[in-house]
Design a protein around this ligand. Structure first.
Ligand code: HEC
Ligand code: HEC
Length: 330
């Protein structure tokens, strides 16, 4: 009897939250990840943290997408193999499953395709897929795990990137204060934060930063009204299409967890969120905001920080006598 009561109460409660979801808001709440294949996710997590997928044996996905720091490296541009200066700011991997495509210019269609890039990129992990596979195949625990999850006798790059992508899909950040407000908890935001949200909408930020990720779903020109000045040579989508109209078009970044993912923009030129807000209003919308308005929008943006992925740090299986040795100084 007691059980039925709680069940009904729970159902009413969630119906209530659903009914109160303001469906006309441009940003929707992030839903918690549904894990259907925990063994695959666990394997992907190990690979995400395993530096032996790099030539140096030192750089893992987590080096540049640090899950203790909002899924980014908090550097202007990343540091790759041999301390190479990276070409562009590292976007967060948090909520990246919601992106319309991956990379600033969208050159990878999805997370699986993306994951094949960094391992073999000479400026990032500087390995080859075949050496990465030799490494994994030399470790019996990895052989067993891939066999259990993918029914393969020989580990393939397809399985490696699939497992990493499956892990990345779990890196969503629900339950931010803003989402709690969206779901009906009117106490979740302060008056200043609410005013910031109203300004964010009224100024026109939501034309580009909308949907559950508050971005990630379109490519837009950086410097629509006023040109953006930068020394960074990145061309945006034009690098793929060769079209002049695509010059300086970048994927609109998600504003989820933006409080954690400084410095800002593809060149990482701005460290302060207030500055990024001011630049956006001027360059994208032709609006000069007052310090007070910038402060309020910034206060709102910080309510988009969600629950960070939390899990046990994976313990990686040891190398064997057959594992290729790392070459950190080549
Ligand atoms: C040396 C630093 C570095 C390493 C190592 C690295 N990345 Fe990245 N990652 C970047 C940078 C920089 C970008 C942006 C590149 C671009 O857009 O041209 C990026 C982009 C991404 C994106 C696209 C996100 C978006 O919003 O477009 C994903 C997803 C990602 N990396 C996942 C991974 C995975 C998985 C690994 C490990 C296999 C990895 N990265 C290893 C620096 C790194
Ligand atoms: C016309 C589309 C558009 C509008 C309108 C727009 N943005 Fe952006 N926003 C972008 C693009 C594109 C970028 C990435 C630019 C780059 O990195 O060069 C971006 C980047 C940002 C960033 C940096 C995020 C990061 O991780 O680097 C912030 C913060 C931001 N926008 C906030 C705002 C705010 C606040 C407004 C309203 C005042 C706004 N944006 C209006 C398209 C837009």
């Amino acid at each position: 009897m007691k059980k039925t009561l709680t069940l009904t109460a729970g159902l009413l409660c969630s119906l209530n939250a659903w009914a109160m979801t303001p469906s006309n808001e441009p940003i929707q709440p992030i839903l918690p990840a549904k894990i259907t294949d925990p063994a695959k996710v666990e394997l992907g997590k190990q690979l995400f943290f395993d530096p032996r997928l790099s030539l140096s044996g030192f750089i893992s996905c987590n080096s540049c997408h640090n899950l203790s720091m909002g899924g980014s490296d908090n550097l202007q541009t990343s540091i790759g193999h041999n301390w190479q200066k990276g070409p562009i700011n590292s976007p967060t991997v948090l909520n990246s499953s919601m992106n319309v495509a991956q990379f600033w210019d969208g050159r990878a269609a999805d997370l699986k395709e993306q994951a094949a890039g960094p391992i073999a990129n000479p400026g990032e992990m500087a390995f080859t897929h075949s050496l990465a596979l030799d490494t994994l195949r030399s470790i019996p625990q990895y052989r067993d795990a891939f066999k259990a999850v993918y029914k393969v006798d020989k580990i393939t790059i397809d399985a490696v990137t699939d497992a990493i992508a499956e892990f990345e899909k779990t890196l969503v950040t629900p339950h931010s204060r803003f989402d709690r407000w969206l779901l009906g908890d009117k106490e979740a935001l302060t008056q200043v934060e609410l005013e910031g949200y109203k300004l964010f909408k009224d100024t026109g930020c939501t034309t580009c930063h909308n949907g559950p990720a508050a971005g990630g779903n379109s490519f837009q020109k950086m410097g629509l009204v006023e040109p953006y000045k930068t020394d960074n040579p990145a061309e945006g989508v034009a690098a793929l299409t060769g079209k002049d109209a695509d010059r300086f078009k970048f994927k609109v970044p998600t504003l989820r967890n933006v409080e954690l993912t400084y410095p800002y923009f593809h060149d990482g030129a701005y460290w302060k969120l207030e500055e990024a807000v001011d630049v956006m209003a001027r360059l994208q919308l032709g609006r000069k905001l007052s310090d007070d308005e910038v402060g309020k929008i910034t206060a709102f943006l910080k309510t988009l920080t969600g629950e960070q992925p939390s899990f046990t740090l994976p313990i990686l299986p040891p190398s064997t006598n057959d594992t290729p040795q790392p070459k950190p100084f080549e």
